[in-house]
Design a protein around this ligand. Structure first.
Ligand SMILES: Cc1cc2nc3c(=O)[nH]c(=O)nc-3n(C[C@H](O)[C@H](O)[C@H](O)COP(=O)(O)OP(=O)(O)OC[C@H]3O[C@@H](n4cnc5c(N)ncnc54)[C@H](O)[C@@H]3O)c2cc1C
Length: 390
């Protein structure tokens, strides 16, 4: 019987599995999709400084971060006028790394398997049982039906997974917030920008981020309900990007993926029920503004790995604090993401909100304290178990 069953092999589940393996905790990972699907899913692109430290502390930096460029400037173009922010310097040298999510996942997966890890792909009908007493999971695969008992279950199966749904509704409080903005994202075989780039202006938000040496992810704000930008011809997409990024010479390329990103936030409290602990998108989703989704997943997994290891050695204090510790950071990041969203989007063309957003933007480039506070959140924060007054 394994000590822990981890449901889901995304950033949260694979970080947790590797950290448990390093601590000699026996775990099994169950993943619904096949290996190539998991390894090729392209989403986030930045591991913040705090996330990098998690892998360094665990002795996994060599495997996970090799060759990953360090973040430098962030470029914000206001109506085409460039402004560079040296966030790592403002954060006292705490730089993030450019690591496409699929590369991070591929490396974590390889490391776990090379260490003898038990990862079962293509499982179906996963069900969680007896979570408040002696947990077990059932699932089916090509060879039939299976049942595993364990001491603890880690629900790392994303927003649509089975783990959170296994908690009785009256045991959870959920918070959902629709940011009222549409985001259209495309992946393209197009050269990456020199620095992560955001265009701000009356025509709406646009962004351009690297996804490897020859690929880019672009984002465009659109009006939800009024149009479906996935139907835009490619030349319309490129024209909008050139216009909003203030770069008529922006090179185009083959668009390989078109997606609508729901600009929605969600938090479920608490992140635990009996012997089930939720981590990552299973417990919370955050808009991509501020690039914190994958980082929150990894930070949760780090806290959970330490807490489970201690509990299995006889001290469950950290496990009892797990949900509070992770929720504190989750709400900090939700607030940061919303703050950032309001600064860079044209909110329904409302002139008052546009002026507020401009005041926020100007303060970032004229007030050192404001810039340092921003850079601190970009670098990532450690979780504090409660409020400490300054
Ligand atoms: C287009 C897009 C852009 C994004 N950009 C950014 C960004 O720039 N920066 C950032 O930090 N974040 C970004 N995110 C968010 C980030 O990708 C997620 O926060 C991150 O993937 C969460 O990791 P996770 O491990 O919690 O969940 P997931 O990555 O969703 O992994 C969950 C895993 O569980 C598996 N699973 C699901 N159900 C079951 C089941 N019943 N049984 C077994 N396995 C199951 C899934 O197949 C999956 O492998 C973006 C997301 C999207 C969609």
């Amino acid at each position: 019987m394994p000590d822990v069953v981890v449901v889901g092999a995304g950033p949260a589940g694979l970080t947790l599995a590797n950290l448990l393996q390093r601590n000699a905790v026996d775990c099994v990972v169950l993943e619904a999709r096949d290996r190539s699907h998991v390894e090729e899913r392209q989403r986030a692109g930045v591991l913040d400084h705090y996330g990098g430290q998690i892998f360094e502390r665990a002795g996994l930096a060599g495997e996970v971060l090799a060759g990953a460029p360090v973040e430098t400037f962030l470029e914000l173009r206001y109506e085409g006028e460039p402004h560079l922010l040296d966030a790592p310097a403002l954060a006292g040298g705490r730089a993030g790394r450019i690591v496409p999510q699929q590369l991070l996942v591929r490396r974590l997966l390889g490391t776990f398997l090379a260490g003898g890890g038990d990862l079962r792909f293509g499982v179906r009908d996963v069900a969680l049982h007896d979570l408040t007493s002696t947990p077990s999971l059932t699932y089916t695969d090509a060879s039939g039906s299976h049942r595993i008992e364990c001491a603890y279950v880690a629900g790392c199966d994303g927003f649509h997974g089975v783990s959170r749904r296994s908690i009785p509704a009256d045991e959870l409080t959920t918070y959902t917030f629709d940011h009222g903005i549409g985001w259209y994202t495309v992946l393209a075989d197009a050269p990456p920008p020199r620095y992560p780039l955001m265009g701000i202006g009356a025509k709406g938000f646009a962004a351009h981020f690297a996804r490897g040496p020859k690929a880019s992810r672009f984002y465009l704000q659109y009006r939800p309900g009024a149009e479906d930008p996935r139907a835009w011809p490619d030349d319309v997409t490129w024209a909008e990007l050139r216009d909003r990024l203030g770069d008529p010479g922006l090179p185009g390329g083959v668009i390989t993926e078109r997606e609508i990103v729901e600009m929605r936030s969600f938090v479920a409290e608490p992140m635990a029920y009996g012997r089930l602990f939720l981590a990552g998108d299973a417990a919370h989703i955050i808009t991509p503004m501020g690039a914190k989704g994958m980082n929150l997943a990894i930070a949760d997994a780090d806290v959970l790995a330490g807490a489970l290891t201690s509990a299995l050695r006889g001290d469950d204090a950290a496990l009892r604090a797990y949900s509070d510790v992770c929720l504190r950071r989750t709400w900090d990041y939700q607030e940061f993401s919303r703050w950032f969203t309001e600064m860079v989007h044209d909110m329904d063309g409302d002139p008052f909100r546009r002026r507020l957003a401009k005041a926020r933007f100007d303060r970032l480039f004229t007030n050192k304290a404001a810039a340092v506070a921003f850079a601190d959140m970009m670098a990532g924060v450690s979780a504090a178990p409660g409020y400490r007054r300054h």
